[in-house]
Write a protein that binds this ligand. Structure first.
Ligand code: ZN
Length: 169
């Protein structure tokens, strides 16, 4: 894998629709991939980026609620649980430029994952971080914010979605 060529893939690339595979080997290449994903996320002014968004079918994402590399964390093979509350907030996605969707999600959750060395960790998350973790975890299951659009969202985004579909061809 040439990490220099790694780039963010956009809807409707089919890699975004796969059920990503668990990571079983914790190699220097994996650490380099995570590092490169953090760079790409920061460059794109994002707060989260999942491996399928760079064309890699693996259960890994990076998240940084401040958008800064220094605050970024790597989550591998994550499992979310203990969902609490609910709130609708606008979300964007680096794979869906120009589109925002009001997504209703729990406001708090718990996450279990392993780090780039394969060491397990877990913590609770609330507010923005909880939303990012859920959004990125959705990516590992092939779920996008376009799947959560209501009729109004769909109408408002129709032109931009069509544009992205044409760009992909
Ligand atoms: Zn996204």
């Amino acid at each position: 894998m040439n990490l220099d060529n790694l780039d963010i893939v956009c809807y409707p690339d089919p890699v975004l629709r796969q059920d990503a595979r668990p990571i079983t080997e914790f190699t220097p290449e994996l650490a380099a991939l995570a590092q490169r994903m953090i760079e790409l996320m920061v460059q794109a002014n994002g707060v989260g980026l999942a491996a399928p968004q760079v064309g890699i079918d693996r259960r890994l994402f990076v998240a940084s609620p401040t958008g800064k590399a220094a605050d970024a964390h790597v989550y591998i093979n994550p499992v979310l649980s203990d969902f609490q509350g609910a709130e609708s907030q606008e979300e964007g996605c680096l794979s869906l430029p120009g589109i925002t969707v009001k997504v209703n999600r729990p406001t708090a959750c718990h996450i279990e994952a392993v780090d780039i060395n394969g060491n397990p960790f877990s913590h609770k998350a609330a507010e923005l971080l909880a939303r990012i973790l859920q959004h990125e975890n959705d990516h590992l299951n092939g779920v996008l914010i376009v799947d959560k659009m209501n009729t109004l969202d769909r109408l408002a985004s129709r032109r931009q979605l069509k544009y992205l579909e044409q760009e992909y061809q």
